[in-house]
Design a protein around this ligand. Structure first.
Ligand code: HEM
Length: 264
């Protein structure tokens, strides 16, 4: 087909719509509709430019640089530990959101109210035991994966310049992962939760000078009450998911910009 043929293009050089498949036509019409209102094509071009600029500065991986493809197994399987942590986090987030449909952080009137919700999930809710197990297991797998990921970063020397920032972000992430675990551990409000909470209060109180203030802030007092459970719940299902998701996105974004480190 000659591109010069007059009758296949209109006066602006656009291909006549009769030549397009229905999918192409829908795509174009949607794009034009959006572009008229939101200047979408300009922004898409900006994004494309940014993508190429960032891609250009990606360092080559060790295998690329020394042309080691297919000759070396190298460390690559270990590089999956960060992705493994991410997958565990996503599974925990989805199963946690579903658990949230059935759990309530209540001790009001009845100190066992929250615990009774857990008993309901485990015994009466269809597949409830599976949902809760999925959540607990993915949480524990995430802690293990993050720890192993940190070891791999340390032993391959990937924390060195220019990746110090991502190492520090990682330290914050592993700490927040543990706070996630702790706040979640208290939610069933069973004996394990109660005494783990008590230890938390005592530990806070042992901080010099600021101890009482910290216990008040985190646990809502010096003994475990409805305020303690309420605070653990909001930290676990509202504050931490937002903060950790943002930090993981930033962490992975930096890996994308810097390229993966060569073992050194
Ligand atoms: C929620 C926890 C975390 C998630 C989801 C996560 C995710 C990731 C992912 C997907 C990568 C790409 C490479 C790979 O898979 O190894 C990566 C790289 C990296 N992570 Fe993490 N990470 C987490 C925690 C940590 C921790 C605890 C540290 C260290 C204190 C850390 C330091 C780094 C560094 C320095 C890199 C760059 C490694 C390289 O270029 O070879 N991360 N992370």
């Amino acid at each position: 087909m000659s591109l010069q043929k007059k009758d296949e293009y209109d006066h602006q050089g656009w291909m006549k719509t009769k030549d397009l498949t229905p999918v192409e036509k829908t795509y174009l019409l949607t794009l034009i509709w959006l572009d008229k209102r939101l200047r979408i094509v300009d922004y898409l071009e900006l994004l494309e430019d940014l993508y190429y600029k960032v891609n250009l500065q990606m360092p080559k991986s060790h295998t690329e640089q020394y042309n080691l493809d297919n000759k070396f197994w190298y460390w690559y399987p270990l590089y999956a530990l960060g992705s493994f942590s991410t997958i565990a986090y996503v599974v925990a987030a989805i199963s946690g959101a579903l658990l949230g449909f059935y759990y309530s952080p209540s001790t009001a009137g009845d100190p066992s109210a929250a615990y009774n919700q857990i008993v309901f999930i485990m015994q009466d809710l269809n597949f409830g035991f599976m949902l809760r197990s999925l959540h607990r297991w993915s949480a524990q797998v995430m802690v293990a994966a993050v720890f192993l990921h940190m070891l791999r970063v340390y032993f391959t020397g990937a924390y060195k310049e220019p990746r110090e920032l991502n190492w520090i972000l990682g330290i914050i992430l592993i700490s927040l992962t543990m706070v996630f675990g702790y706040t979640g551990y208290l939610l069933p409000w069973d004996q394990l939760a109660f005494w783990a909470g008590q230890i938390g209060v005592e530990m806070s109180l042992s901080i010099p000078l600021a101890g009482e203030w910290v216990a008040q802030l985190i646990f809502g007092g010096f003994t475990l009450t409805q305020s303690t459970l309420q605070r653990m719940y909001i930290l676990h299902v509202f504050v931490l998911p937002f903060v950790v998701t943002t930090l993981i996105a930033l962490h992975i974004g930096i890996v994308w910009m810097q390229g993966i480190a060569e073992p050194h």
